[in-house]
Design a binder for this molecule. Sequence first.
Ligand SMILES: NC(=O)c1ccc[n+]([C@@H]2O[C@H](COP(=O)([O-])OP(=O)(O)OC[C@H]3O[C@@H](n4cnc5c(N)ncnc54)[C@H](O)[C@@H]3O)[C@@H](O)[C@H]2O)c1
Length: 453
Amino acid sequence: MESNKNYSRRSFLQTSGATLGASLVTLPFANVVKASPAKRRMALVGTGVRGVSMYGRGLLRNYSDYVELVGVCDINPGRLDYAAEFIGADAPKYTDVEKMLADVQPETLIVTSRDDVHHEHIIKGLEYGCNVICEKPMTIDEEKTQAVIDADRKSAGNVIVTFNYRYPPYRAKMKQMIMDGIVGEMEQVEFHWNIAHGHLRNYMQRWHGHKEFGGSLWVHKSTHHFDMINWYLDTDPAQVYAYGSLDFFGANNDYRGNNCRDCQFTAKCPYHWDITQNDHLRRLYTENEHYDGYIRDNCVFRKDIDIYDRHAAVVKYANGVYMNYSLTANSDYPGFWLAFNGTKGRLEVRTHRYPERDFEEILFTPNARYTNEPVRVVRVHHGEGGHWGGDPILTDQLFKNPDKPDPLGQQAGVRDGAMSVLTGVAARKSIETGKPVDIEGLTDLKPMAKRPT
Ligand SMILES: NC(=O)c1ccc[n+]([C@@H]2O[C@H](COP(=O)([O-])OP(=O)(O)OC[C@H]3O[C@@H](n4cnc5c(N)ncnc54)[C@H](O)[C@@H]3O)[C@@H](O)[C@H]2O)c1
C-alpha cells in the first residue's frame, strides 16, 4: 500500500488526538511541559545553522502567535546552549531526541539534523504520534527510505519534506503554466545546475563531503532538483543512468592543510576561508568542536572526501519523458538552466545571478507545427526572503496557514521525499555498476506515470 498523506489542519487535529491516546498508554507524564493550548507545540532536533535560523529564530520571530517551541535537541551540548540563546527560546534543551519527545510531547517534530540521521528522527517522531517537518533530503539511501515509508504507514502522524525549491514565485509560475498545458505532451527535459565555488566549499568542508553522511551531492543537493522535476512532470522517475567522478577536490590536490583557520597554505589556496571572522559560526561550531569533533572549516582537499564533483545523468520517467541532467560542482556561475520540451513548444528559464537581479524571465517558444504565435517572455519578480522568496512562502504554509489551499501541490510528503532521494541513489549505483538502475526494486514504491495525490 502506498501512502502520500496530506498534512492539513484536519489531519493535524486527528494526529493530536492520536498523540494523546498513545501517551496515555506509553509515555511518562512527569516532565510534560505545559504550553498554551491555542498554539501548536513544536520541538526541533538539529541546531545547526539551518535549524537555528529558519526554524528556530524564524519561528519565534514570525510565527509566535501560532506556534510554540517546546523543546530543542542536538547531540552537541555546547552548540545546543548557544543555539537556544541565539533562537531566544526558553524551551527545555535535550541531547537525546527520544527523551525530548517523551518529556515535552510535541505535536510536531522539526528535523534539521544531519542528513544521515533524518530517518531516525522522523521514525521516532512518528512512533510518538507526532507530525514531522523534515528538511531535505528526507534521508540518504534506499534502506533508510524504506524504513521511513514503513514508519509513515504505521503512524497517525504526517510527514512534510520541506522542498523549498518548489516555492519561489517564478517556479510556481512555471508549474502553473505546465498545468495549464502550455507545453502540450511533455517529451524531454534539460536541467543543468551549477554550484558556485563558495557554496561548494561549504559542502566540501563538512560532513557533506562524505557519502555516509550526506549521500553525496547526488542526494544532498540533487534531491531538490529531482523533486522539482517529479513535481513539474507530475510523474515518478523510472530509470537512471549516470556518470560521476571526483576530479578536483579531496585527494586530487598536491597540498592540503589541517583546517582553514590554521592552514599553512592560506596564501595560495583559492578556498581559504576564515571562520573566526564570523561570530555566529564561530560560536555555533568552532567553540564546540571539542564535544563531537565536528570541524566546520575542514580542508576541501582532505584525502577522505569520497563524493563526486562532476555529475551527469539521463533519467527516464514513468510517463516516458527523458531528462538530461548535470550538476557542475566547481563553477563560478551560480545558476541553472531548465527547459521543458513538449508537443506545443519549449518552456525554459535560465537564471542569471551575475549581475544580481530581482526577477527571472520564463521563455516560451511555441512549436511552429501548431502555431505562428511569437515567443512569449514572462517576467516574475523574486519574493522577499531566502531562496528567491521561497522560504517565507513555505514557512507561512507550515506555521501560519496549514489549511490554505495548495492548488499547485507544493507541499511534499514521504512519497515525494522518497522518489527524489531514490533518483540520486540510483545515480550513485549506476556510477558504481556502469549500468542503468531501475527505481522499482530499490524500495516497495512502484513508479507511476501519474504520481498519486
Ligand atoms: N532546504 C534548504 O535549502 C536547506 C538549506 C540548508 C540546509 N538544509 C538541510 O538542513 C539540515 C541541517 O543543515 P545544516 O547546514 O544546519 O547542518 P549542520 O551540520 O550545521 O547542523 C546539523 C546539526 O545536527 C546535529 N546532529 C547530528 N546528529 C544528530 C543526532 N543524532 N541527534 C541530534 N542532532 C544531531 C549536529 O550536531 C548539528 O548541530 C540538513 O539536512 C540540510 O540538508 C536545507
